[in-house]
Design a protein around this ligand. Structure first.
Ligand SMILES: Cc1cc2nc3c(=O)[nH]c(=O)nc-3n(C[C@H](O)[C@H](O)[C@H](O)COP(=O)(O)OP(=O)(O)OC[C@H]3O[C@@H](n4cnc5c(N)ncnc54)[C@H](O)[C@@H]3O)c2cc1C
Ligand code: SF4
Length: 359
């Protein structure tokens, strides 16, 4: 994918910037509300600004020609355009300054239409807001450095944070498009808010049935790795090349106990039940809903389904011990040691340790 890096020639030069500011009327879309002449005049007083002017339609051919002409004539080395949303014309103006021989990333785009004239009614307030945005852009422009495009290989993988209905759908859809997905949910169970609902408006669907189907689709999808009881503790990198560290909580009960019934009964720890907003209490080994347990098998080495991770929460949080974090077999709660670890995921790829809690 295309990626930006500092151009080989590094920062432009050490002399003071020569900034040109162009404020657009947008044929009245902006100037009917914002005093564009005053915005330009206030920008003109800023250090480094050698030209600040208003124009009826900056994106028009004459408007772009003016920018090109002034870059050459005044040796501008930074350009600020105050106009509509960058999604509309940022690329237009980058091409414009590129044609004039200036690195296209020495450009700042200020949105004074959608973010000012279309949303602020009072002329004075709108003008003040536009002026502050433009002056901030001018200040930023003086710190811009030339960039060039580079190509870097990327892994077609994605990290989805949050195993609510939105995260489940995102993970499923990405996987269907061929991407490897790691779904990280910080609670021990998938489902999020919807797991607490009954009948959904407006369709009348049963929330748990809908969710159960979605969870099964997700956990059965071979391209998706589900990590419940998992916390993102750091992420670094750039678009297309992120490395994310995830800490896994203990999530298992194993051995001879028949999970979940006997394990829950044997568990001596009790705490508030946050699933129903502390209206009741629960054991440290618990399941929040019947749907969360229905595919669980208790034998040693069996994998608990993502929707059914029993989690001795009271024993596990914040530990730094290095035991395997992803066992989904059972340990009586009284001996619930708190394993945790910090596996690393490169560019959202699979975790270094820990098995997926699929059934
Ligand atoms: C009382 C009530 C009734 C509602 N009724 C309806 C209805 O009838 N119809 C309807 O369509 N909608 C309804 N909604 C709205 C619907 O429940 C939500 O829009 C939907 O559940 C939101 O899903 P989500 O995945 O975006 O977020 P959530 O369900 O909140 O899921 C977010 C998930 O991300 C996890 N998470 C958060 N931060 C992190 C992190 N840093 N790392 C890892 N995991 C993280 C959370 O633990 C959670 O599991 C209702 C909501 C409420 C509260
Ligand atoms: S640059 Fe944007 S704000 Fe200016 S005239 Fe064109 S569309 Fe309107």
């Amino acid at each position: 994918m295309a990626h930006l890096g500092a151009a080989a020639d590094g920062p432009a030069d050490s002399r003071a910037s020569r900034i040109g500011v162009f404020v657009c009327h947008c044929g009245g879309n902006i100037s009917d509300v914002v005093d564009v002449e005053r915005v330009a005049a206030e920008a003109a007083r800023m250090p480094g600004v050698v030209l600040a002017t208003a124009h009826p339609f900056v994106c028009s051919d004459p408007g772009q020609a003016l920018i090109e002409e002034k870059i050459r004539e005044l040796e501008l080395d930074r350009v600020v355009v105050a106009a509509c949303s960058p999604t509309l014309h940022q690329a237009t103006f980058r091409r414009t300054i590129d044609r004039a021989g200036l690195n296209q990333y020495l450009f700042e785009h200020v949105n004074v239409r959608e973010q000012v004239s279309w949303v602020v009614e009072d002329r004075e307030a709108a003008t003040r807001k536009a002026s502050r945005l433009v002056r901030a852009a001018v200040a930023r422009a003086s710190h811009l450095v030339p960039l060039d495009r580079r190509r870097i290989p990327i892994q077609p993988s994605a990290l989805v944070i949050g195993g609510g209905v939105a995260g489940l759908v995102a993970a499923r859809d990405l996987a269907r498009r061929g991407m490897k997905v790691t779904l990280v949910e910080n609670r021990p169970f998938l489902g999020g808010r919807m797991a607490q609902l009954h009948t959904l408006f407006p369709t009348g669907e049963n929330a748990r049935d809908l969710l159960a189907g979605l969870i099964q689709e997700t956990v059965r999808e071979p391209r998706i790795r589900v990590l419940t009881g998992a916390h993102v503790i750091g992420s670094e990198g750039v678009v297309g090349d992120f490395r994310t560290r995830v800490r896994l909580e203990p999530r298992g009960v194993d051995e001879h106990l028949t999970y979940p019934g006997n394990a829950i009964a044997a568990c001596p720890e009790e705490t508030i039940n946050e699933f129903d907003f502390a209206l009741s209490r629960r054991k440290a080994i618990y399941t929040p809903t019947p749907a969360a347990t229905r595919r669980c098998r208790p034998s040693t080495g069996a994998r608990a389904p993502a929707a059914a991770s029993a989690w001795p929460r009271s024993a596990g949080r914040g530990s730094t011990s290095r035991a395997s974090p992803a066992r989904s077999s059972c340990t009586p709660a009284s001996s619930c040691s708190p394993p945790a670890t910090t596996p690393t995921s490169r560019s959202t790829a699979s975790m270094a340790t820990g098995s997926s809690p699929r059934s």
